[in-house]
Design a protein around this ligand. Structure first.
Ligand SMILES: Cc1ncc(COP(=O)(O)O)c(C=O)c1O
Ligand code: FES
Length: 399
C-alpha cells in the first residue's frame, strides 16, 4: 500500500519483524501447547517467552499476571464482569462518559441487568473532576473503569491516582490501556491497578490478540470456561502465532519507546502547528498538555469531518473522524459531545494518529494538503462567507 497512513489509533501495520517471528508457528511449530509431546512443549516455551515480553512492557511483577485474550474488547468485558461476579454484594460501577464502546455498550447492558453505573463527566479539555469521582466512590462500588488514554484525543486520565482511591474504597480498578500500551512507559507493579486491557493491533502486532493484565491476588471469575489454558482463567486453545507476534511487538515497543516520545511527538507537534498556522478557525481538542505523543485531534469549524476525510483520501492520506467504530452514525462523536464542543466544530473533527513509521516528508505533505482541502470545503459551507463564518453559524445548536 502506498499513501500516507495517519490512522494508527484505529489500527497499525504488523511490523515485518513481527511477521517473521510468527511464521514458524504456522508451519513447523504448529503443536498444541497443551500436548505432552515435543511439538506442544516447544510452542509452550514460545508462549512463556511472549508472556515475559508483555510482562516487561507493562512493568508487571510476574508473568502469571498476563492473560492472553482475543482482543481489547474481550479483555474489557472479562475485567468488568469478573469484578462484578467476584463482589456480588456491590452493585455499582464507575466509568466515564468518554470510554470506548467496548466499555460503554457493556455498561448500558449492565444497567438493564440492574447495576447502577456512574458516568463521570469531563471538562472542555477532556479532564475528569476527581472530586466528583471521590463523591461517587462509596462502598457500593464494585469496579471503576477509566481509560488510560482516550482513543480520539489521546488525553490521559490520572489512572494511577484513581486506582489508589478505588483501592482505599475497596473497589477494584480496571483501565482500558489499549491506546497507551506501547506508546508510553507503564510500571504496573508500583500501582494499585488491578486489571488492564491491551490490544495487539494497536502496537504493530496482529488483530485478534489481546491481553488482560490481572494483578496477583485480584479475585477473578473467568468469562470463558473450559480447558485449563491460561491457568483456567481463559479457556480455549491459545492463538499461538499471534501470541508470539504480540510478544515480539512488545519487545520492539520497549525499544521504540524513547523514539515514540521524542521523534514521533516532534512530528505530531510539527503537523499540528503547521495545520493550525494555516487554517483559520481550527483548534486542537482534548488536553494538549497531557496526551499521547502520536495523536492530534483537530476541529475545523463549519465543515464536515467526513467530507475532509473523503478529500484527504483522494490525496492518498488516511485519517479518521471520531473513531472508526462510531463513524457509522451521523451523530458527532460522544467524546466531542462530552467535552461540550459546539455542534459546528464537533462535526468537523479529524484525528491524525502517527506511528514510528511516520516520516517528515509525510508530515510536510499533509501540512500542504489540509489547508487547501479546508478552504475548498468552506467555499461550499452554508456557514462560511469569504474569510470567515456567517452570523447565523453561531446559532446555539449544540451537539
Ligand atoms: C480505547 C480502546 N479500547 C478498546 C478497543 C477495542 O480493541 P479491539 O479492537 O482489540 O477489540 C479500542 C480499539 O478500537 C480502543 O481504542
Ligand atoms: S474498535 Fe474502536 S476504532 Fe475500532
Amino acid at each position: 500500500m502506498t499513501g500516507i497512513y495517519f490512522d494508527n489509533n484505529a489500527t497499525t501495520r504488523v511490523d515485518p519483524v513481527v511477521v517473521e517471528a510468527m511464521l514458524p508457528y504456522f508451519t513447523e511449530q504448529f503443536g498444541n501447547p497443551s500436548s505432552m509431546h515435543s511439538f506442544g512443549n516447544k510452542v509452550g516455551l514460545a508462549i512463556k517467552k511472549a508472556r515475559m515480553q508483555v510482562q516487561e512492557l507493562l512493568g508487571a511483577e510476574h508473568d502469571s499476571e498476563i492473560i492472553f485474550t482475543s482482543c481489547g474488547t474481550e479483555s474489557d468485558s472479562t475485567a468488568i464482569l469478573s469484578a462484578l461476579k467476584a463482589q456480588p454484594e456491590r452493585k455499582e460501577i464507575i466509568t466515564t462518559t468518554v470510554e470506548h464502546p467496548a466499555i460503554l455498550t457493556l455498561c448500558a447492558y449492565l444497567e438493564k441487568e440492574g447495576y447502577k453505573v456512574h458516568y463521570l463527566k469531563v471538562d472542555g479539555k477532556g479532564r475528569l473532576d476527581l472530586d466528583e469521582y471521590r463523591r461517587r466512590l462509596t462502598d457500593q462500588v464494585a469496579v471503576v473503569s477509566a481509560m488510560w488514554a482516550n482513543n480520539e484525543t489521546g488525553t490521559f486520565f490520572p489512572v494511577v491516582e484513581m486506582a489508589e482511591l478505588a483501592n482505599a474504597a475497596g473497589a477494584m480498578f480496571h483501565t482500558d490501556a489499549v491506546q497507551a500500551v506501547g506508546k508510553v512507559p507503564l510500571n504496573l507493579k508500583d500501582t494499585k491497578i488491578d486489571m488492564l486491557s491491551v490490544s495487539g493491533h494497536k502496537l504493530h502486532a496482529p488483530k485478534g490478540i489481546g491481553v488482560l493484565y490481572l494483578k496477583r491476588g485480584t479475585r477473578f471469575r473467568p468469562l470463558l470456561r473450559g480447558g485449563h489454558q491460561e491457568r483456567g482463567r481463559r479457556a480455549g486453545t491459545e492463538n499461538t502465532t499471534s501470541i508470539v507476534g504480540l510478544g515480539k511487538a512488545a519487545e520492539m515497543a520497549m525499544e521504540a519507546m524513547a523514539y515514540e516520545n521524542t521523534e514521533v511527538k516532534r512530528l505530531r507537534d510539527k503537523l499540528e502547528a503547521g495545520i493550525l498556522a494555516k487554517v483559520p478557525r481550527s483548534f486542537v481538542t482534548g488536553n494538549p498538555d497531557d496526551r499521547l505523543p502520536n495523536t492530534s485531534n483537530i476541529a475545523f469549524e463549519f465543515i464536515e469531518g467526513e467530507a475532509i476525510l473523503l478529500l484527504l483520501n483522494k490525496f492518498g492520506i488516511a485519517a479518521s473522524s471520531g473513531s472508526a467504530c462510531t463513524s457509522g452514525s451521523l451523530e458527532p462523536s460522544h467524546v466531542m459531545r462530552a467535552m461540550g464542543i459546539p455542534y459546528t466544530a464537533a462535526h468537523g473533527t479529524v484525528r491524525f494518529s502517527l506511528s514510528r513509521y511516520s516520516t517528515e516528508a509525510e508530515v510536510d505533505r499533509v501540512i500542504a494538503v489540509v489547508p487547501e482541502i479546508i478552504a475548498q470545503l468552506r467555499k461550499l459551507s452554508p456557514y462560511w462567507d469569504g474569510d470567515g463564518p456567517k452570523e447565523e453559524a453561531f446559532a446555539p445548536t449544540y451537539a
